[in-house]
Design a protein around this ligand. Sequence first.
Ligand SMILES: N[C@@H](CCC[C@H](N)C(=O)O)C(=O)O
Length: 315
Amino acid sequence: MGAVSTAPTSPAARVPFLKGHGTENDFVIVPDPDHRIELSASAVARLCDRRAGIGGDGLLHVVRSAAHPEARAMAADAEWFMDYRNADGSIAEMCGNGVRVFARYLQRAGHVEAGDLAVATRGGVKKVHIAKGADGPVTSATARQDGDITVSMGRAALPRETVTVTVGGRSWPTLNVNMGNPHAVAFVDDLDHAGNLFTEPPYTPSAVYPDGVNVEFVVDRGERHVAMRVHERGSGETRSCGTGACAVAVAAARRDGVDPLVTGVPVTYTVDLPGGRLVITERPDGEIEMAGPAVIVAEGHIAPDLLVPSETAAI
Ligand SMILES: N[C@@H](CCC[C@H](N)C(=O)O)C(=O)O
């Protein structure tokens, strides 16, 4: 696929986008079934900019698996590839809220119906279930009637190496949980102790996480019920993180002595985030399921200036 030398300027060539969120983890969605658009890191950062762009914690580039070199091998199992990017333009292996919003977009666009589907990601093929909900135009009312979307996230890995995170002069040990992407989970007494994560990111790359890490701060709210804040690699503090909520549930189950891999009994944690609630179940075979809302809130066209010419193929 060759890049063209001019940005799309005619109305016919305008690039569409949508905006969606899952528990207020928000995404710019760029439908591009045939992979005609090469999105550079700088273009993604411009689109995700909350003042000069559309604004988002990340971007979901929607491409048919068969049309994307990173997904072609998964095309037989999953028609659609979630090419996920963080707000700074960096690439991540997986995004748990993103894949639910991605599925909601596919449903709204008429590519899939409610029920089961498979989505290709850099973290492998994920099975998604869209509960039946209201159809119709995008309004906050109908968005609220949409059923939850559940995704099978695969198994967590727990590498032995851990780090200490520090904010505002306080430090905590963390549990290293890999959900396809890396997480460091810290149990704290008070979520306010995580301080201002915008001005003081809790972690800088080291040998344990050479590519950076997502850091979760967790408090207890009740039995199998926790609340968390998160500082996401490549996006800063966000109001929710799906893979982070899964990592937190896994860490809490080990701490609470209810690891399903040991007990043979599934365990469910309710995880409250600043942007909403996710329900995480870990099964005895290690499979982790995450359920929560996903809504589309807007759609439009991208101003050509946001996509510089050399980054845009024939559209
Ligand atoms: N918000 C996402 C995680 C996005 C990727 C993350 N920032 C990373 O770099 O690993 C989620 O819902 O899981």
